[in-house]
Design a protein around this ligand. Structure first.
Ligand code: NIG
Ligand code: FE
Length: 406
């Protein structure tokens, strides 16, 4: 089965890289103009300019002057959830903070209550609809976390939903176990009671059923301490689960150090970050995943110091953090816009951070994240646009005309 895309105004070719793109390399994108691209059995086979276009293929797709770009890799989402939380959005407009809402039993605990009441079928149906929506905005691979279960049964239920989603999804999915997302109310005075459930009951069953690719902890004041994070990551490591953790969202408190100790694949958020932590990251293999739509949505003035990270040769990725509390959008085109506006990344840097570097953050770099021969053909064909910069510039519009998935 072959597919030939013709009349591509600009075809974005991948850099052959064995490591995430750093520093100056992050802004390099190679385009060929007036191009064609051949896909054979779902993989990128060949390309060239229209003067030498092959004449035959099983299917010919006219890009009609649009760009062909690698699909986004969204390496951090909470795509499975039971209900929206727009009332908390209103409470924040009225002056409450995210942490205040959480302390009152709202936030993640609110989502956990709703998830406990929701059937697996309904969770799957809603997550699948969200998945289709984010694909239409350009996403071609995604990570999905648990973390709204917060009990043995409900965490397993979420992970089973993610497994079913993997089975029916047109795009590749990686799943992350986030049992340590918030402390369930019943364990407020007995934190080790819940943590022991994670260590002794959840992890063995999750590992036994192969339900997770990674492990996550929300290492933050009012959520999980560094010592607790250490314990949980240590237990995860015994089951071969590499960490991708939430840290430095509101406070710098040692999460990055612990993550690096366990060879974390990424540390995510980093709105509050000091120079020592940047230095530690630059000397590690851990990717800094920035989620700028979360501080945007929380109207928080702290955005990750992306320029400093790039200049310090830290590998950065961009992701949506799609979740009902802090980022109720999985639109990666919007993430590009905020990354340019608030993180001061150039469109090229933001695009590489949301594609090839994000593929590294999911260990999918051999398969996805760039248009390179042999890789999976998960691509977007855009509407005609004057330059790549037009995509983050023209925010709010969907510039993806058509997705090609394998
Ligand atoms: O990445 N910060 C922790 N977790 C999510 C928010 C979860 C929620 O509020 O439901 C995040 O922002
Ligand atoms: Fe998150």
């Amino acid at each position: 089965m072959s597919k030939l895309i013709v009349n591509i105004a600009k075809l974005c070719l991948g850099q052959d890289t064995k490591r995430p793109l750093l520093a100056d390399k992050l802004s390099e994108l190679i385009f060929i103009e007036n191009a064609w691209l051949l896909i054979v059995h779902g993989r990128i086979a060949d390309w060239g300019t229209m003067e030498n276009c092959p004449e035959r293929a099983d299917e010919i797709i006219d890009a009609a002057g649009g760009f062909v770009l690698p699909a986004f890799v969204d390496s951090h989402t909470h795509l499975v959830f039971a209900a929206a939380r727009e009332q908390e959005f209103v409470q924040r407009i009225q002056g409450l903070s995210y942490q205040e809402i959480a302390q009152k039993g709202g936030g993640i605990l609110n989502s956990a209550r709703r998830l406990a009441e929701c059937s697996e079928d309904k969770l799957l149906e809603d997550a699948f609809a969200r998945l289709q929506e984010v694909i239409s905005y350009g996403t071609g691979a995604i990570e999905v976390k648990s973390g709204y279960g917060l009990s043995v049964e409900a965490e397993l239920k979420m992970l089973r939903v993610i497994r079913k989603l993997k089975e029916i999804s047109p795009i590749p999915i990686k799943s992350t176990f986030l049992g340590a997302h918030a402390m369930p109310l019943a364990f407020k005075e007995n934190r080790s009671g819940y943590i022991n459930q994670i260590l002794d009951e959840m992890l063995p069953r999750i590992a036994g059923e192969g339900l997770a690719d990674y492990i996550d902890v929300f290492c933050e004041k009012g959520f999980y301490s560094v010592e607790e994070t250490d314990l949980i990551l240590d237990a995860g490591a015994k089951y071969g689960l590499r960490p991708k953790i939430h840290c430095n969202q509101f406070n710098s408190m040692g999460g990055i150090e612990i993550a690096i100790k366990y060879n974390a694949i990424s540390v995510d958020h980093l709105e509050v970050l000091n120079d020592t932590e940047i230095e530690a990251l630059s000397n590690s293999n851990t990717i800094a995943t920035l989620l700028p739509s979360a501080p945007f949505f929380l109207n928080d003035d702290h955005f990750p110091p992306a320029r400093k990270l790039v200049e310090s040769k830290v590998a950065i990725a961009l992701a949506s953090d799609f979740n009902p509390g802090t980022s109720p959008s999985g639109n990666m085109q919007f993430v590009l816009s905020i990354a340019c506006i608030k993180l001061r990344l150039t469109p090229e840097e933001a695009f590489n951070a949301a594609t090839i570097n994000a593929a590294f953050a999911l260990e999918m770099e051999g398969e996805l994240g760039s248009i390179s021969k042999g890789k999976k053909a998960n691509l977007m064909i855009t509407k005609p646009m004057p330059s790549l910069a037009f995509m983050p510039y023209f925010f709010g519009s969907n510039l993806v005309k058509r997705m090609i998935i394998s």
